[in-house]
Design a binder for this molecule. Structure first.
Ligand code: SAH
Ligand code: SF4
Length: 340
């Protein structure tokens, strides 16, 4: 038998050890070794008896990912990981004003097909398991000896199309018996899978929600993100209002600024109007170049857009994400495995 214990909720781990005639408290010890000790090798779990170590060695998987490659540039590190079924995923560690943010993947590829995103161009390969999501965190922690302030699900894939595994992984990251990250430090970003946004709100999931808006008119968003034909802009704005009301937390809207597509002064006006009563945060992300028909606006145009927005916006906070690591294709939307 092969039990994948990395990512298993502690209650399931307790049942597993019990089934194999070990006392249940051993599960808590293993859980601590995996998520606080960051240990992959059961031989290092030095408070476990020999027969339990052998059981772990022979019948359980503790390590689901291997580090294949690490590239660094100006405080940003891009990691390439290999799964046991020989798929590759990327994750990023970046520092901004000494804040350490890590960007995790939720799927191998993505089938949402946003026209400006390198991951979208790969197509969909598979959903990551809970263990594979958590091992990205563990391998980054083992390689970069600095505390992590924020975890964002903005790497490869659409987290809400792998909803259960992403939430289970976030729960372990949040668990005080494991990594103990505050819930507000974990952000899940979605292209706008409306039924899952509603479920996220209804289930009162505590993590921070980000929605990739990227356009101010449905006809533009239909082209950039075909998913808009199913769940258009106003549905997302209304969901954000509901989240705000029910959860008393602000949604973050992301807006990738693309030259001559969604960066006009009229777009700035429509954006301010759309977000007026949502009490949201707005992250403007200047487009990172990938092989596509799209271009990044000039710095002049980016600044004009921002100045206009700053002059007229009401009731929401604006941040600009000048992605780092674009020279190593580690910026938002640049993650894809073909260049490795
Ligand atoms: N699938 C999720 C999370 C991963 S994408 C989502 O779409 O939200 C993370 C962010 O990168 C999204 O806000 C997306 O709009 C943005 N993005 C995608 N391609 C980009 C590019 N080429 N340049 C800048 N941002 C991009
Ligand atoms: Fe998928 Fe997000 Fe890229 Fe769209 S932007 S293709 S949802 S990873």
């Amino acid at each position: 038998m092969n039990y994948i214990i990395k990512g298993m909720p502690v209650e399931d781990l307790k049942s597993l050890v019990k089934e194999h005639d070990f006392p249940q408290y051993r599960a808590t010890q293993i859980y601590h070794w995996m998520y606080q000790g960051l240990v992959f090798n059961s031989d290092l779990m030095n408070n476990l008896p020999k027969n339990l170590k052998s059981f772990l060695n022979e019948q359980c998987t503790i390590q689901t990912l291997e580090l294949s490659k690490k590239i660094e540039s100006e405080g940003t590190t891009k990691f390439l990981f290999k799964t046991q079924d020989s798929n590759y995923i990327e994750s990023v560690s970046m520092f901004n004003d000494d804040r350490h943010t890590i960007c995790l993947s939720s799927q191998v590829g993505c089938n949402v097909d946003c026209k400006f995103c390198a991951t979208g161009k790969m197509g969909f390969k598979k959903n990551l398991t809970v263990g594979e999501i958590i091992d990205q965190l563990i391998l980054i922690m083992s390689n970069i000896d600095r505390p992590i302030h924020n975890i964002v699900f903005m790497g490869m894939g659409e987290p809400f199309l792998n909803y259960d595994n992403v939430i289970k992984a976030a729960d372990i990251m949040h668990d005080s018996d494991a990594f103990n990250f505050g819930s507000h430090r974990i952000t899940i970003s979605t292209a706008g899978i409306l039924p899952k946004i509603n479920r996220f709100i209804d289930d009162k999931i505590k993590y921070h929600l980000a929605i990739s808006l990227n356009a101010t008119e449905d006809k533009t968003r239909d082209k950039l993100m075909p998913i808009n034909q199913k769940w258009p802009i106003m549905d997302l704005i209304n969901a954000a209002k509901k989240y705000n009301k029910d959860r008393r937390d602000r949604v973050t809207f992301e807006y990738v600024l693309i030259d001559s597509i969604n960066d006009s002064i009229s777009d700035a006006h429509r954006l301010a109007k759309l977000l007026k009563n949502t009490h949201c945060k707005l992250n403007i992300i200047p487009f990172n170049e990938i092989e596509s028909i799209y271009k990044r606006p000039s710095d002049k145009k980016i600044n004009e857009f921002l100045n206009e927005l700053h002059a007229i916006h009401k009731g929401f906070q604006i941040l600009v994400r000048w992605s780092k690591g674009t020279d190593i294709n580690a910026g938002c939307g640049q993650l894809a495995i073909q260049d490795n």
